[in-house]
Design a protein. Sequence first.
Length: 146
Amino acid sequence: MVATGSGSGKAYYVTTPIYYVNDAPHLGHAYTTVAGDVLTRWHRQRGERVWFLTGTDEHGQKVLRTAEANGVSPQEWCDRLVEEAWKPLWRHLEIAHDDFIRTTEQRHTDRVREFVQDLYDKGRSTRAATRARTAWAARSTSCPAS
């Protein structure tokens, strides 16, 4: 992750919530994302370095229930909705994000594991908590609704 812009000073990180993907995006999602986009463009216009992230959280019971109601797996549901509803809306609104993260992507899971391990290594988490978080991350990779 490298902030874009020509400035050499402080870099800014702008993120939206990582939205649940149990349904198509609505006005609230658009409002929040447009607000992040405006802030990002303002920093860029000033020549400042900024990184803008948005994406989807593809885990949870609502995702599982919605996928089952539509006769597909949670991963199939997420893949379809992200490609047919979420990303097209951001293109239509001309959202200038630097990255779109999906919590089912390997790069996300790897980073979560690294982060949790770092907490443990620095004594900021117990072994039991680290095992629980690592087990959760492992389950999350194989089943979006874990």
